[in-house]
Design a protein around this ligand. Structure first.
Ligand code: ATP
Ligand code: MG
Length: 392
């Protein structure tokens, strides 16, 4: 018996003239995400993407798990393809429905006919199948208002489809329809969540990480790469840039007032990130900052960091409480990795009393007392670039 996965769009159904572009990006993302599981045919009709396995031994549970992480899909349905006859609809579907009815008490049947020539009208199909279900599953009863399970019969051109197993998709819009952005990825909880949130709005995410060996270890970097590979399950492959930041941090320590260390360091991170963004055709920066969470995340501090930025800085977590960010990080399975206690370059030379209300003029003056340009260039040149794929 052949099982198919039907992917229903969410918001992209509303996109008017752009719809076909959104649909084709989504189809491509679906194909790419399933590529190593076997051969599939991916087709589109009536705001649905049909994913049909072409090989016998394809792991459909794994296919569903992967598609649950593809942005642009609001609902997934595991559907059974049956011959287009009332007999098949009544008799070949009971085993499949048994799975869908596990734990359920009530159901209803819906029927849709794309093929109006089918000799039975929708109400007839509903009534026939409803009776059959009551006969085979006598513990169930019909509830048309709030059924535990809705069984849908779709009569299409070539086949009929039965579906009852409905699963929530990732929502959002397809990655690749919203431009490219550079995520400043630390080893913490917030920045992977920020990357996930911006990818959900269709943006292709690249990641940049600043490391300060020997103050930060190889293991700290591996942790960040692991986080990148975790969010790659949602974002797709991630181009990852690792910037050698030690000399810059030492220069800040040796030449700038301690209370401004963090803010100057963040301005230099932004400067390097946007130079690499320009080379990679990324048009925004993304951080995991949340307003007021720490001294460097006050509005005054952000004014000072953003003053060096020539492209927009997006901060998807800006209005979220830590607990809300943690909830998402658990959902996307980055939390356990994020809380592993490895050092981050941000914590290497933390001032005892960072300024929570830095004044831009003072910061510019303090930073101007040393010529960082040669070190910035050296850091950009020394940046390692690699592609990080989904964590397996
Ligand atoms: P996170 O949980 O994302 O680490 P945080 O609450 O620890 O955030 P900070 O350490 O102040 O906050 O960092 C704020 C943001 O700056 C991070 O969300 C991230 O986007 C960026 N950032 C911090 N450290 C690094 C780093 N070593 N490399 C790249 N980006 C960084
Ligand atoms: Mg951090």
């Amino acid at each position: 018996m052949k099982e198919l996965i039907l992917c229903k769009y969410g918001e992209i159904a509303l996109k008017g003239l752009n719809k076909s572009n959104f649909e084709s990006v989504l189809s491509k993302n679906v194909k790419r995400r399933l590529a190593d599981l076997g051969r599939f045919e991916v087709t589109r009709a009536q705001s649905t993407i049909y994913v049909e396995p072409l090989d016998e031994d394809i792991d459909m549970d794994e296919a569903v798990e992967r598609l649950k992480k593809v942005f642009g899909i609001a609902k997934l349905t595991r559907a059974l393809e049956v011959e287009k006859s009332l007999d098949a609809i009544l008799n070949d579907t009971m085993e499949y429905l048994a799975q869908a009815f596990e734990g359920a008490k009530t159901f209803k049947v819906n029927a849709k006919r794309a093929d109006k020539k089918f000799p039975y009208k929708s109400p007839e199909i509903c009534s026939e199948l409803g009776h059959k279900i009551l006969e085979v599953f006598p513990e169930l009863s019909v509830n048309v208002r709030e059924p535990d399970v809705t069984v849908t019969v779709e009569i299409r051109e070539k086949h009929a489809f039965i579906n009852a197993l409905r699963i929530d998709g990732a929502g959002g819009i397809p990655v690749g329809t919203g431009g490219r952005g550079m995520l400043l990825l630390s080893g913490g909880i917030d920045s992977p969540v920020a990357g996930y949130m911006i990818a959900k709005r269709g943006v292709v995410v690249q990641a940049i990480h600043f490391e300060a060996p020997p103050y930060t270890s190889e293991r700290a970097r591996l942790k960040v790469e692991k986080l990148a590979s975790k969010i790659a399950e949602y974002c797709g492959d991630i181009t990852f840039h690792c910037v050698p930041f030690t000399e810059i941090q030492e220069a800040i320590r040796d030449n700038c007032p301690e209370e401004l260390f963090t803010i100057i360091m963040r301005r230099l991170m932004m400067e390097i990130a946007q130079r690499i963004s320009a080379a990679e055709d990324c048009s925004c920066l993304i951080t995991g900052e949340s307003l007021g969470q720490v001294a460097s995340q006050t509005m005054y501090a952000m004014v000072c960091t953003d003053a060096v930025c020539r492209i927009p800085v997006f901060r998807p977590c800006i209005g979220m409480d830590k607990s809300e960010i943690v909830e998402i990080s658990r959902k996307i399975d980055t939390f356990e990795t994020s809380i592993q206690p490895y050092e981050d370059c941000c914590t290497v030379f933390t001032p005892k009393h960072p300024k929570t209300r830095p004044v831009l003029d003072d910061v510019v003056k303090a930073q101007g007392s040393f010529d960082f340009e040669p070190l910035i260039r050296k850091a950009v040149e020394g940046t390692e670039r690699k592609i990080i794929r989904k964590y397996l």
